[in-house]
Design a binder for this molecule. Structure first.
Ligand SMILES: [Zn+2]
Length: 237
Protein backbone atom coordinates (compact mmCIF):
# COMPACT_ATOMS: atom_id res chain seq x y z
CA UNK A 1 0.00 0.00 0.00
CA UNK A 2 1.31 3.44 -0.93
CA UNK A 3 1.58 5.95 1.89
CA UNK A 4 4.02 8.79 2.36
CA UNK A 5 5.95 8.85 5.65
CA UNK A 6 3.75 11.79 6.68
CA UNK A 7 0.58 9.81 5.94
CA UNK A 8 1.99 6.83 7.84
CA UNK A 9 2.47 9.07 10.88
CA UNK A 10 -1.09 10.35 10.46
CA UNK A 11 -2.40 6.77 10.44
CA UNK A 12 -0.42 5.98 13.59
CA UNK A 13 -1.84 9.10 15.19
CA UNK A 14 -5.37 8.15 14.10
CA UNK A 15 -4.93 4.76 15.73
CA UNK A 16 -3.58 6.28 18.96
CA UNK A 17 -6.45 8.77 19.05
CA UNK A 18 -9.00 6.01 18.44
CA UNK A 19 -7.55 3.98 21.30
CA UNK A 20 -7.70 7.05 23.53
CA UNK A 21 -11.27 7.69 22.43
CA UNK A 22 -12.35 4.12 23.19
CA UNK A 23 -10.75 4.30 26.62
CA UNK A 24 -12.45 7.62 27.38
CA UNK A 25 -15.81 6.27 26.18
CA UNK A 26 -15.46 3.16 28.35
CA UNK A 27 -14.69 5.29 31.41
CA UNK A 28 -17.59 7.56 30.51
CA UNK A 29 -19.99 4.61 30.26
CA UNK A 30 -18.68 3.25 33.55
CA UNK A 31 -19.22 6.60 35.27
CA UNK A 32 -22.68 6.97 33.76
CA UNK A 33 -23.64 3.48 34.93
CA UNK A 34 -23.01 4.61 38.51
CA UNK A 35 -20.96 1.50 39.36
CA UNK A 36 -18.80 3.52 41.76
CA UNK A 37 -21.90 4.54 43.69
CA UNK A 38 -23.61 1.16 43.78
CA UNK A 39 -21.42 -0.27 46.54
CA UNK A 40 -21.82 2.83 48.69
CA UNK A 41 -25.57 2.81 48.15
CA UNK A 42 -25.73 -0.85 49.21
CA UNK A 43 -23.73 0.04 52.34
CA UNK A 44 -26.15 2.90 52.92
CA UNK A 45 -29.17 0.59 52.74
CA UNK A 46 -27.51 -1.90 55.12
CA UNK A 47 -26.61 0.85 57.60
CA UNK A 48 -30.16 2.26 57.47
CA UNK A 49 -31.50 -1.18 58.36
CA UNK A 50 -29.06 -1.47 61.28
CA UNK A 51 -30.08 2.00 62.46
CA UNK A 52 -33.79 1.23 62.20
CA UNK A 53 -33.52 -2.01 64.15
CA UNK A 54 -31.38 -0.35 66.87
CA UNK A 55 -33.93 2.46 67.13
CA UNK A 56 -36.77 -0.06 67.42
CA UNK A 57 -34.96 -1.94 70.18
CA UNK A 58 -34.23 1.33 71.98
CA UNK A 59 -37.92 2.26 71.90
CA UNK A 60 -39.01 -1.21 73.03
CA UNK A 61 -36.68 -1.01 76.04
CA UNK A 62 -38.07 2.45 76.86
CA UNK A 63 -41.57 0.93 76.93
CA UNK A 64 -40.32 -1.93 79.14
CA UNK A 65 -38.68 0.53 81.53
CA UNK A 66 -41.85 2.65 81.78
CA UNK A 67 -43.90 -0.48 82.47
CA UNK A 68 -41.51 -1.67 85.22
CA UNK A 69 -41.50 1.82 86.80
CA UNK A 70 -45.32 1.83 86.88
CA UNK A 71 -45.27 -1.62 88.50
CA UNK A 72 -42.74 -0.42 91.09
CA UNK A 73 -44.94 2.59 91.90
CA UNK A 74 -47.91 0.27 92.31
CA UNK A 75 -45.95 -2.03 94.64
CA UNK A 76 -44.68 1.02 96.58
CA UNK A 77 -48.19 2.31 97.15
CA UNK A 78 -49.33 -1.11 98.33
CA UNK A 79 -46.34 -1.30 100.70
CA UNK A 80 -47.25 2.16 102.03
CA UNK A 81 -50.87 1.11 102.50
CA UNK A 82 -49.81 -2.11 104.30
CA UNK A 83 -47.42 -0.21 106.55
CA UNK A 84 -50.27 2.15 107.48
CA UNK A 85 -52.50 -0.82 108.23
CA UNK A 86 -49.73 -2.35 110.33
CA UNK A 87 -49.37 0.86 112.34
CA UNK A 88 -53.06 1.01 113.17
CA UNK A 89 -53.91 -2.68 113.55
CA UNK A 90 -53.86 -4.51 116.87
CA UNK A 91 -55.33 -7.79 115.70
CA UNK A 92 -52.47 -10.37 115.65
CA UNK A 93 -54.13 -12.31 112.83
CA UNK A 94 -54.40 -9.18 110.67
CA UNK A 95 -50.84 -8.19 111.53
CA UNK A 96 -49.57 -11.62 110.46
CA UNK A 97 -51.44 -11.41 107.15
CA UNK A 98 -50.17 -7.90 106.41
CA UNK A 99 -46.59 -8.87 107.31
CA UNK A 100 -46.57 -11.82 104.93
CA UNK A 101 -48.08 -9.64 102.18
CA UNK A 102 -45.38 -7.03 102.87
CA UNK A 103 -42.67 -9.69 102.51
CA UNK A 104 -44.16 -10.77 99.17
CA UNK A 105 -44.34 -7.13 98.00
CA UNK A 106 -40.70 -6.50 98.97
CA UNK A 107 -39.51 -9.51 97.02
CA UNK A 108 -41.69 -8.47 94.05
CA UNK A 109 -40.17 -4.98 94.23
CA UNK A 110 -36.65 -6.36 94.31
CA UNK A 111 -37.36 -8.46 91.19
CA UNK A 112 -38.83 -5.42 89.44
CA UNK A 113 -35.77 -3.33 90.32
CA UNK A 114 -33.48 -6.00 88.89
CA UNK A 115 -35.53 -5.97 85.68
CA UNK A 116 -35.37 -2.19 85.58
CA UNK A 117 -31.57 -2.29 85.79
CA UNK A 118 -31.38 -4.91 83.04
CA UNK A 119 -33.68 -2.90 80.78
CA UNK A 120 -31.70 0.29 81.47
CA UNK A 121 -28.45 -1.43 80.49
CA UNK A 122 -30.02 -2.93 77.36
CA UNK A 123 -31.53 0.44 76.40
CA UNK A 124 -28.17 2.18 76.83
CA UNK A 125 -26.47 -0.48 74.69
CA UNK A 126 -29.13 0.05 72.00
CA UNK A 127 -28.54 3.80 72.37
CA UNK A 128 -24.84 3.32 71.59
CA UNK A 129 -25.77 1.21 68.56
CA UNK A 130 -28.13 3.96 67.37
CA UNK A 131 -25.36 6.55 67.73
CA UNK A 132 -22.82 4.37 65.92
CA UNK A 133 -25.27 3.58 63.11
CA UNK A 134 -26.12 7.29 62.73
CA UNK A 135 -22.43 8.17 62.55
CA UNK A 136 -21.84 5.52 59.87
CA UNK A 137 -24.88 6.71 57.92
CA UNK A 138 -23.71 10.35 58.08
CA UNK A 139 -20.26 9.31 56.87
CA UNK A 140 -21.83 7.39 53.99
CA UNK A 141 -24.02 10.36 53.06
CA UNK A 142 -20.86 12.50 52.90
CA UNK A 143 -18.97 9.87 50.89
CA UNK A 144 -21.82 9.47 48.41
CA UNK A 145 -22.05 13.23 47.97
CA UNK A 146 -18.27 13.41 47.39
CA UNK A 147 -18.35 10.57 44.86
CA UNK A 148 -21.31 12.16 43.07
CA UNK A 149 -19.46 15.47 42.87
CA UNK A 150 -16.34 13.75 41.53
CA UNK A 151 -18.40 11.86 38.97
CA UNK A 152 -20.02 15.10 37.88
CA UNK A 153 -16.62 16.78 37.38
CA UNK A 154 -15.10 13.70 35.71
CA UNK A 155 -18.07 13.35 33.38
CA UNK A 156 -17.67 16.96 32.28
CA UNK A 157 -13.93 16.50 31.68
CA UNK A 158 -14.41 13.23 29.81
CA UNK A 159 -17.22 14.57 27.66
CA UNK A 160 -15.09 17.49 26.57
CA UNK A 161 -12.01 15.32 26.00
CA UNK A 162 -14.12 12.90 23.94
CA UNK A 163 -15.28 15.70 21.70
CA UNK A 164 -11.74 17.11 21.39
CA UNK A 165 -10.35 13.69 20.43
CA UNK A 166 -13.22 13.13 18.00
CA UNK A 167 -12.45 16.38 16.22
CA UNK A 168 -8.72 15.54 16.18
CA UNK A 169 -9.57 12.19 14.58
CA UNK A 170 -11.72 13.92 11.96
CA UNK A 171 -8.86 16.33 11.20
CA UNK A 172 -6.28 13.53 10.91
CA UNK A 173 -8.54 11.38 8.75
CA UNK A 174 -9.28 14.23 6.38
CA UNK A 175 -5.53 14.56 5.66
CA UNK A 176 -5.19 10.92 4.56
CA UNK A 177 -6.19 9.75 1.03
CA UNK A 178 -9.55 7.99 0.97
CA UNK A 179 -8.32 4.64 -0.32
CA UNK A 180 -5.59 4.43 2.31
CA UNK A 181 -8.11 5.37 5.00
CA UNK A 182 -10.52 2.70 3.76
CA UNK A 183 -7.76 0.05 4.00
CA UNK A 184 -6.94 1.25 7.50
CA UNK A 185 -10.62 1.07 8.53
CA UNK A 186 -10.98 -2.46 7.14
CA UNK A 187 -8.01 -3.56 9.23
CA UNK A 188 -9.41 -1.72 12.25
CA UNK A 189 -12.65 -3.72 12.09
CA UNK A 190 -10.58 -6.92 12.44
CA UNK A 191 -8.20 -5.72 15.16
CA UNK A 192 -5.34 -3.28 15.64
CA UNK A 193 -4.78 -1.71 12.20
CA UNK A 194 -1.25 -0.36 12.54
CA UNK A 195 1.91 -0.64 14.61
CA UNK A 196 5.57 0.24 14.56
CA UNK A 197 8.35 -2.16 13.74
CA UNK A 198 10.01 -2.99 17.06
CA UNK A 199 13.47 -4.50 16.54
CA UNK A 200 12.58 -7.25 14.07
CA UNK A 201 9.04 -7.83 15.31
CA UNK A 202 5.63 -6.50 14.32
CA UNK A 203 4.64 -3.97 16.98
CA UNK A 204 1.01 -5.09 16.75
CA UNK A 205 1.17 -8.89 17.15
CA UNK A 206 4.76 -8.92 18.51
CA UNK A 207 5.68 -11.82 16.27
CA UNK A 208 9.26 -11.72 14.91
CA UNK A 209 9.36 -11.31 11.15
CA UNK A 210 11.20 -13.97 9.16
CA UNK A 211 14.49 -12.78 7.63
CA UNK A 212 12.91 -12.69 4.18
CA UNK A 213 9.92 -10.60 5.30
CA UNK A 214 12.16 -8.39 7.39
CA UNK A 215 14.47 -7.65 4.48
CA UNK A 216 11.42 -7.00 2.23
CA UNK A 217 10.08 -4.55 4.78
CA UNK A 218 13.42 -2.79 5.19
CA UNK A 219 14.16 -2.61 1.48
CA UNK A 220 10.73 -1.37 0.38
CA UNK A 221 10.40 2.23 -0.78
CA UNK A 222 9.90 4.98 1.76
CA UNK A 223 6.32 5.60 0.58
CA UNK A 224 5.47 1.90 0.77
CA UNK A 225 3.48 0.78 3.82
CA UNK A 226 4.14 -2.92 4.42
CA UNK A 227 1.69 -5.31 6.04
CA UNK A 228 2.46 -7.91 8.72
CA UNK A 229 1.96 -11.39 7.19
CA UNK A 230 0.75 -12.66 10.55
CA UNK A 231 -1.78 -10.09 11.83
CA UNK A 232 -2.18 -8.04 8.64
CA UNK A 233 -1.57 -4.76 10.45
CA UNK A 234 0.37 -2.03 8.68
CA UNK A 235 3.99 -1.89 9.81
CA UNK A 236 5.54 1.55 10.17
CA UNK A 237 9.32 1.54 10.07
ZN1 LIG B 1 1.68 -8.51 13.19
Amino acid sequence: MKATPGQQQLLLKTHELSTELQRAKRTLAELESGAALRELQAEMRASSEVLLSAQQRYEEFEVDIARVLTDIELVDSRIERDLARLATSSNPKDIGGVQSELAALESRKSLLETSELEFLEARDAAGFEVAAAKKLRDELIEKIAAVEATIHVELGKLQSSVSIVESEIRATRSSVPEELMAQFDRKATRGVPIGRLIDRACGTCHLSLTSAVYSDVMSSAEDELPTCPNCEAFIVR
